[in-house]
Design a protein around this ligand. Sequence first.
Ligand code: ME8
Length: 661
Amino acid sequence: MSKYITTPIYYVNGEAHIGHAYTTFIADTMARYERLKGEDTFFLTGTDEHGQKIEESAKKAGKPTQEFADEISATFKNLWDEFGISYDKFIRTTDEEHKKGVQKAFEVMYAKGDIYKDFYEGHYCVSCETFFPETQLIDSEFCPDCGRTTSVVKEESYFFRLSNYEEKLLEHYANHPDFIMPRSRANEVVNFVKGGLRDLSVTRTSFSWGVKMPQSIGDDKHVMYVWLDALLNYITALGYGTDKVNGEAREGALGYDAKMNYWPADIHFVGKDILRFHAIYWPAFLMSLDLPLPKHIGAHGWWTRDGEKMSKSKGNVVSPKEVADAYGVENLRYFMLREVPFGQDGDFSQRAFIDRINSELSNDLGNLLNRIIGMSGKYSDFEIDSVDVEKYHSKEIGQMNLILDSLDAFLENLQPHRYLEELWKLFAIGNGVIQEYEPWVKIKNGQKDEALATVAVVANILSKAAVMLHPVMPNTTNIIADALSFEINTASYQELILEKKLLKLFNIKKVPPLFPRIEEPLMQEAPKAEPVTATKKEQSSKKQTKETKKENDNLIEIGQFFETSLKVGTVVEAEEVPKSKKLLKLQVDLGEENLRQVVAGIKEFYSPDDLINTQVCVVANLKPAKLMGMISEGMLLAAKDEDGLCLIRPEKPKKAGTPIG
Ligand code: ME8
């Protein structure tokens, strides 16, 4: 079986920051893990170089666009090389092979009737390279995602019939509940699609920095929309449209009409900001191309610094290079993967980072290795023999094997923080066994075999832990393996992890301390955030009252809003709850198979007759709650002030279950 793992391709309008590094570390860890298990793995990363944003950034820098793109793309590639990222291909969307593949895909979609020409009039955000309908804009002007000013664009455009794929997409999500990971992120996508998909403008004429239209279509004032161009990188990298990878012809015909090696991707790692593009547009494009869909889209959360959103204007962007220079790139990988559950937002703070280095890496792991090296040097001239391990330590071996068997599922389910948490239990066993058996006492008492068995069981625990930690900390674990005289590779994974073998008679080598303790922060603290003046949205918030200011401090992403499923419901039955002054019990039709029971605190303001056969707005994805012993499976939207409460209702009757948003 083969595996295909990708990162997003990063825009070349600025240098890499910690968020880019995070996605790349996760993808690299997964690729290394699959290779360790012996899977034939292809790991793709690269840069996204077209579009108006890049054209404008180059202009600002006073450079020709290609030269500008070359320079920034190289900073990404150099950084990943310096970090030892194990990519198999670094794709650039300005590569000739990629451009040909994009043109080929356009032709195929066009021939199928999925692309047609029309006029586009809409609001465009250059920063997000996205069109928004007027209804989604803030104050009719500002981008709902980033708050920057949008501009009205009216131009001739080719459109992709995204609306044709609504049903098929919903069907796919329903049949593949793990398509979007973590599953908790799927709701926002499903609701977005259920809200109705508009056809997507996929070409532009107002600038020229993009993939040209295919000659067969011949409309050469158009260039491709950057997201169509960018998403296709995942297949052009495998030779779609050219049969070539890295300039070389590949066996097995990778062309558009033949099966591509490695496709479909096992997982596209993305930040939650670009989940919609990957979970809606991309599968629709692939359906149009008659290609299978990726197995998973893994959407991770957002990194902040000391609780603040990172932005260039605040001057608080964490540079991964600066952190790696100060603390070591592998420590950074460990920290980022251990600190935050995949999918949730995380905070980069030096204090938290230093705490993990000192307590987990230095104390739990580094000290254990040093103690074993020290003891084996003293008791057996650095020679370790596992011959008596089973006899004296079968209990610990059993505990260790249980942990080893549990690990795979954590990584395969994208829970690297749990994977590392469980892995660290091995060091607790190792440290515990030394404390309990006190080999130095045994040596004094003449029980040398027992003392050596304890040293050997810990060395074995360390060897297995090193194999499993390898994908996260490849160089560090190679040093540990070298100290224990073995190599980490698929064969040792097979023997030590799957077959549970112990190391044979071996020599242990001294190594310099792997994780020196850190007393003081090694980097300058982030500047305290100033009120931001970067965008109009943020400027206008200054003028607002205290209360709205509080809300603005707590702004959410549009995706977070869509995590709440709001629906129109029709009240079919309503009755008073006996003995309750406040509650009414309603049966509400939400267009589902069964009616929903909603217990609402509205009795002082409505009688049951006021409600029956009227419509209400319902929060439909709340966890069921019990009120006076009755289950309530939703909540009604209402507004309350000193004059009392009124329900929020649709202005005109709508079908029961119509999504609101
Ligand atoms: O969106 N926290 O490129 P991009 C976590 N070119 N991750 C972050 C982050 C943060 N604060 N900031 C950025 C693009 N990222 C498109 C992608 S793919 C076909 C095209 C990461 O340079 C995260 O992975 O803006 C996010 O999805 C990616 O950088 C966006 O990088």
